[in-house]
Design a binder for this molecule. Structure first.
Ligand SMILES: Nc1ncnc2c1ncn2[C@@H]1O[C@H](COP(=O)(O)OP(=O)(O)O)[C@@H](O)[C@H]1O
Ligand SMILES: [Mg+2]
Length: 398
């Protein structure tokens, strides 16, 4: 073995040799096999192409003149269909034009026949090394493109997250503003109540004095009615003061159905007068809630009041209690006129009302109390045929 057979460090490859001269095939195969390459041979272009398709060799050594096709067009086919297969062309003529054409068509090297063994082996090694570097480059390029794509995806996700967070922040700010409005309202009403109750007491006192000196029956009746109305105003104000200034009494096991019953009692006269059909359905004994029962009652008082106000000519008030996944969910449905889609969230804003004598504090109070106990209230459905409010609380697991 000559020094060419020493380990040159060049890669070992699968190589196909294409030549119609058996002497060339034999010699070249022998030389390359000796170097450790896996060698296959073909004597025409058609056989060569099917071998290449099957084996996808690293390298093809091919004569420019083949019996069934010219080497140039086979070279073009290989470069197009198998870009990882490199080609060294043999050429019998010293025609510069052909060599230029071959190199332009993608040949990695060319050898003029006859060639000496050493030149052949050097060219093969050179092309295999070049191929290895170029393939590695291509892999790096692909990896780079993949990474760029990944970065782009991350970027997009990041932007989406920033957008979501900004929205959440905006939402939180809106809620803070609403809570502040409510707090101001509580403060105002407590102060105002005081101011109103003093003159109200005087009115009651003077009316009583007048009544003592009056004999006329009709006049007495009017004065009694005045006293009764004064009493009613006093009751409303007392409730307001209670709600604003009372300290909270939390019980660990409030049963929501009892709270609902006692809220309903308040409306018994209206319910009867307007012939409103009331139904309360619990699909199981309600789970306990840890809350101040008076505050919970306020939730239902407000929802029932709104529902009744929506049904002046009668209708149906349906209350349904369920216990999904350790939560207590209450649905309050009416057969009133519904809420326009665009007002679904607006109705929870403090002071928003569509009623000539409304205050717009019912639903904000409902929501504040629900959230106080880690629950929430939403409009589950609404249409011109009625509305369902959904109140939900986590249950208390002692
Ligand atoms: N059950 C309901 N059906 C239709 N509209 C409702 C219902 N409940 C509340 N609303 C709407 O929400 C608004 C706000 O309600 P609320 O905060 O209780 O204030 P108010 O009852 O004083 O108007 C009401 O004015 C009404 O337009
Ligand atoms: Mg209301």
């Amino acid at each position: 073995m000559g020094r060419d057979d020493a380990d040159s460090g060049a890669p070992i490859a699968s190589i196909i040799i294409v030549d119609d001269d058996p002497a060339v095939l034999e010699l070249v195969s022998f030389l390359l096999a000796q170097r450790g390459h896996r060698v296959t041979t073909a004597t025409d272009a058609r056989t060569a192409l099917s071998l290449i398709t099957a084996e996808k060799p690293e390298l093809v050594l091919m004569d420019y003149l083949l019996p069934d096709q010219d080497g140039l067009s086979l070279l073009q086919t290989i470069r197009e269909q198998f870009p990882a297969t490199y080609v060294i062309m043999f050429s019998g003529q010293g025609d510069q034009e052909i060599v230029v054409k071959l190199m332009k068509a993608g040949a990695a090297e060319y050898l003029l026949k006859p060639f000496n063994n050493r030149t052949l082996l050097e060219r093969v090694d050179g092309v295999l090394r070049l191929r290895e570097i170029e393939q590695a480059n291509r892999a790096l390029q692909t990896e780079r493109e993949r990474l760029l794509l990944e970065i782009e995806t991350w970027n997009r996700e990041l932007q989406e997250r920033v957008r979501e967070k900004s929205e959440a922040l905006q939402q939180a700010q809106t809620e803070i503003a609403q809570t502040e409005k409510l707090a101001a309202l509580g403060y105002l009403s407590a102060g105002m109540a005081h101011e109103i109750r003093n003159p109200l007491n005087s009115i009651a006192l003077f009316t009583q004095l007048i009544r003592q000196g009056v004999d006329d029956e009709e006049l007495c009746d009017y004065l009694d009615k005045t006293l009764k109305e004064v009493d009613r105003i006093d009751g409303i104000i007392r409730k307001l003061v209670d709600a604003a200034g009372r300290s909270r009494t939390i019980a660990p096991d409030v049963k929501v159905d009892q709270v609902i019953h006692s809220a309903l009692e308040v409306f018994a006269p209206q319910i009867e007068a307007r012939r409103i059909a009331v139904s309360l359905h619990c699909d199981a004994p309600p789970l306990p809630i840890m809350a101040d029962p008076a505050e919970l009652e306020q939730i239902f008082t407000n929802l029932f009041l709104n529902a009744l106000e929506e049904m002046p000519q009668g209708g149906r008030l349906a209350i349904e209690v369920t216990n999904p996944e350790q939560r207590v969910v209450v649905r309050v449905s009416d057969t009133g006129g519904g809420i326009p889609e665009e007002l679904r969230e607006t109705v929870f804003e403090p002071f928003f009302t569509t009623k000539s004598r409304g205050t717009g504090i019912g639903l904000p109070v409902v929501r504040r109390i629900a959230r106080l106990y880690r629950g929430d209230v939403t409009i589950e459905q609404t249409s011109p045929r009625g509305t369902t409010f959904r109140v939900s609380f986590p249950s208390f697991q002692g």
